[in-house]
Design a protein around this ligand. Structure first.
Ligand SMILES: [Zn+2]
Length: 145
């Protein structure tokens, strides 16, 4: 006898991840987002951090663990989307898609939100802010700090 509702929640999260083309190996990351933590997959031998789930390029997968990261990063590059390529995006344009260089090293693709688009600068400091995605997943987006 298990906790059926917890299992259901976990199953619907897995379904959402798969529907978005994600990898079940990253489920601990999505679990972290739900409690406001930005998780990274880290090698406990050399402390190198990875996203998505990976194996260390030097030490393989034996020492990989999920750890809470800072959620901080800098804007590496970005684009402002002015056109809705699918109808469901019609009410969302214009929006910003950015590549964030995380403080721990990996790059993360996300939306930059709550900002004046003219104030965006490569190298600006950003912080993750969890947001509910229409898939049902809680996802990190980024805001200026
Ligand atoms: Zn390593």
């Amino acid at each position: 006898m298990g906790d059926t509702s917890a299992l259901d929640a976990q199953q619907s999260k897995l379904n959402a991840v798969l529907k978005l083309g994600g990898d079940p190996a990253d489920l601990p990351f999505w679990d972290g987002c739900e409690v406001g933590q930005f998780m990274l997959h880290r090698c406990n031998v050399c402390q190198r951090a990875y996203w998505p789930a990976s194996r260390c390029i030097e030490h393989g997968d034996e020492s990989m663990v999920w750890v809470a990261a800072s959620g901080r990063g800098t804007l590496h590059t970005y684009t402002i989307m002015h056109r809705a390529y699918i109808p469901s995006m019609k009410d969302k344009v214009p929006f910003v898609v950015g590549v964030v260089e995380l403080e721990e090293g990996p790059f993360y693709h996300s939306n930059i939100i709550d900002c004046d688009h003219d104030s965006l600068r490569v190298g600006m400091k950003l912080m993750a802010k969890m947001a509910l995605h229409e898939s049902g997943l809680t996802v990190p987006m980024f805001v200026a700090v």
